[in-house]
Design a protein around this ligand. Structure first.
Ligand code: GLN
Length: 253
């Protein structure tokens, strides 16, 4: 995914979060302002959201550009949610074009998106694949570098690691094996965790009310704070913490 966003706060419509902001994710699909790699994000899109009292999110993903899907416009207008993760995709070469590769990926109540790429995928990234068991490789959700990263992250989450620690550990694991860009975004509907490793990321906190974490600001209003490269972020409507990934990496066994 080349641009992504997560939100926690009072219930709003996806249209308010994605379509109405003048430079929001919807517009970022054809006119991103800060994207470092690729130009447009027209290879699909997806949103995942949590309904009240439901720990497992619903998803709507398509392999078409977000602007080409009239169903999205309707859904985005009427849905309401207090926790959402959405992404627009610019597919990495040699990955599948299907909707199974459109973020967010989902499992065990988590939603996940990857803005970036494993350099030289798939040929030069065999060492990453070797970190997985054959059954995990066969179970990948899509023929896509992001699905591989997701499988590694899921393993850490299943073993009970906290989200920020699991993300940091996954970045370390992958970066040890291959060159990669790894802006990862994760939520369980209660916290947002993210990394920066090669692309832009911002957060906007309205203390005690809402928080947004996004590849780039959706408007020119105040409050958007850039996240330095090689950081790990943890955000709720009550606090945002950002730590250098290098120190987080050193702590990880
Ligand atoms: N590698 C991921 C994909 O192909 C993400 C691509 C990106 O960030 N542009 O979906």
């Amino acid at each position: 995914m080349c641009r992504h966003l997560a939100y926690l706060g009072p219930p709003v419509s996806p249209a308010e979060l994605l379509v109405e902001p003048p430079y929001g994710l919807y517009r970022q699909s054809w006119a991103p302002r800060m994207q470092r790699h690729g130009t447009v994000n027209a290879d699909g899109f997806g949103l995942g959201w949590y309904a009240e009292g439901q720990p497992h999110p619903a998803r709507y993903r398509r392999a078409v550009p977000i602007w080409a899907d009239e169903n999205f416009t309707d859904l985005a207008r009427v849905l309401r949610t207090g926790a959402l993760l959405a992404a627009v995709r610019s597919a990495t070469a040699s990955t599948t074009a299907g909707e199974a590769a459109a973020a967010p990926y989902a499992a065990d109540g988590w939603l996940f998106s990857h803005n970036g790429a494993l350099t030289g995928w798939p040929k030069a990234t065999g060492a990453v694949a070797e970190l997985l068991e054959p059954a995990e490789l066969l179970g990948l959700e899509a023929r896509c570098d992001s699905a591989l990263v997701w499988a590694l992250l899921r393993r850490r989450l299943r073993s009970g690691q906290e989200p920020a620690r699991a993300l940091a550990g996954t970045v370390r694991e992958v970066a040890r094996c291959t060159e990669a860009r790894l802006n990862l975004l994760l939520t369980d509907g209660k916290v947002i965790a993210a990394t920066t490793w090669g692309d832009t990321l911002f957060h906007r906190l309205e203390l005690g009310r809402s928080v947004r974490v996004a590849s780039e600001p959706g408007d020119d209003g105040p409050g958007w704070t850039p996240v330095p490269d090689r950081s790990v972020l943890l955000a709720t409507p009550d606090a945002v913490t950002v730590h250098p990934l290098d120190s987080a990496l050193r702590e990880d066994p």
